[in-house]
Design a protein around this ligand. Structure first.
Ligand SMILES: Cc1ncc(COP(=O)(O)O)c(C=O)c1O
Length: 449
């Protein structure tokens, strides 16, 4: 392990907790040395960043822009997005908040000025990021590994499992390319067999019982891994992970440890629309990028695990030998982005997870109801909130999804086309959109019919 090893251990713990204490609990206004008295009054879009002058020695303090978490306009003003269009594609690659950008700028300047000192300080900062992840999503810090993306997390899960010929991996036909390709590599590496079941033919009518039932009935005595996706970016269908996890746990109670099933989840699109702690979700491993639902720094993500035991690391760790540190891929990273991730958690934490979720679900419901009422369009995503989660897909007969995206852009609505063999038009409301923009989006979509 290189010099940078032994991160996050021993004496670090106390000081990093002290560091974080003023952050999440106290409003995330300071990382070090800055008091509330230094903070300008809150207001929509107010931005006071005490970053050092270029070329000067960077201050030890980071002051992040303040905002009013109770006021959605103030929340939205923290995104330096083009105000002339409505952003319904945040679930593809999220924009940074002003807070994340301030932190990136701060860490970049410190790295530029004295790279070695910044790198050493980064040991504590990385621990603060993990603490912030655990505080927001539930679980303990040791249950988190940091990655650069969902895809890196998915590869960490499926690349690290030990299987043998004859073992069965149960997956679905609805997963994103990153899961499909990682499972192909798992097959090649171990000789295990991957089976893919179709959980629904018509996504719009999917139900909890149908989704969980079809998957669980496909489990055999040889199944060792269930590999699924929380929210299908192809259709907007959300799988009932808790029900599936409970059924898997029942089966595992009848099996010896080596034959037990591990439930792995690509969780990238779930959090903005489901208010749940990771340990309660029901899976064993979950990989997610934090540059979609969390509006975190581009090039960041995490893996959560109930128990890291079944996984061997595929990239040597620079972080430590235990827990999630062992599964945190090593090599140096674009640290200014990774270290700024705690600001994304702090931003959401100040708003409140349940409020973020309620805001997303409220607009998603409004959008689906509006689209369902338009003759000539087909809503693909279920209207049932139990099996959907923010993403809204629709079919526009006689128009390619890419063309529909272009037409909507002309009307000031940013949407996306799903990157799957059967492609749909997709919109994702979030904390950057408003109910008024949803109404305008419904109207814009009606012109496609
Ligand atoms: C379900 C799902 N998983 C994984 C990814 C890839 O995410 P990342 O770019 O963070 O690797 C995507 C991309 O949008 C996705 O929709």
């Amino acid at each position: 392990m290189p010099d940078l090893g032994a991160r996050h251990h021993g004496a670090m713990t106390t000081s990093r907790r002290a560091l974080l204490g003023g952050g999440l609990a106290g409003g995330a206004l300071l990382l070090a040395g800055c008091t509330d008295a230094d903070t300008p009054s809150a207001g929509p879009g107010s931005a006071a960043t005490a970053t050092p002058t270029a070329g000067a020695s960077p201050s030890a303090d980071l002051v992040v822009p303040d905002f009013d978490p109770e006021d959605w306009e103030s929340v939205r003003a923290q995104f330096p997005l083009d105000p002339s269009v409505s952003q319904f594609a945040a679930f593809v690659l999220s924009p940074h908040t002003a807070q994340v950008d301030a932190a990136i700028d701060h860490h970049r300047r410190r790295l530029a000025f004295d790279t070695e000192t910044a790198l050493l300080a980064g040991i504590e900062q990385e621990a603060a990021v993990i603490d912030a992840a655990a505080a927001y999503t539930g679980g303990t810090p040791a249950q988190f590994a940091l990655t650069d993306s969902t895809t890196m997390g998915i590869a960490t899960m499926y690349g690290g499992l030990t299987l043998q010929p004859g073992d069965d991996v149960l997956s679905t036909t609805h997963d994103f390319y990153s899961t499909e390709a990682s499972l192909r590599l798992l097959e090649q590496r171990t000789g295990a067999t991957v089976r893919r079941v179709t959980l629904y033919d018509d996504p719009a009518t999917a139900s909890v019982d149908q989704l969980a039932g079809k998957l669980v009935r496909a489990i055999t005595s040889r199944t060792r891994v269930v590999a699924i996706t929380w929210v299908h970016s192809s259709t907007g269908v959300r799988l009932p992970i808790a029900e599936i996890g409970a059924a898997v746990a029942d089966i595992n109670r009848t099996r010896e440890r080596p034959e037990q099933i591990v439930l792995c989840v690509d969780g990238v699109h779930g959090f903005a629309a489901v208010d749940v702690d990771l340990p309660d979700l029901g899976c064993d491993f979950l990989a997610t990028g934090t540059h979609k639902w969390l509006f975190g720094p581009r090039g960041t993500g995490l893996v959560w695990s109930r128990d890291w035991g079944p996984l061997t690391e595929i990239i040597p760790s620079f972080s430590g030998p235990d827990g999630g540190l062992r599964l945190t891929p090593g090599g140096y990273h674009d640290f200014e982005h990774r270290w700024a991730l705690d600001q994304a958690f702090a931003f959401h934490d100040r708003i409140g997870r349940s409020r973020v979720v309620a805001r997303t679900v409220e607009q998603e419901t409004q959008l689906k109801e509006g689209i369902a009422a338009i003759d000539g369009l087909r809503l693909v995503t279920p209207q049932d909130p139990e099996v959907s989660a923010g993403i809204v897909c629709l079919e526009v007969p006689s128009m390619l999804p890419g063309d529909a995206v272009a037409r909507l852009r002309e009307r000031g609505v940013v949407a996306s086309a799903t990157p799957y063999a059967t492609s749909y038009l997709r919109l994702g409301p979030s904390i950057v959109t408003t109910p008024e923009q949803v109404d305008a989006a419904v109207e814009a979509v009606s012109f496609l019919a």
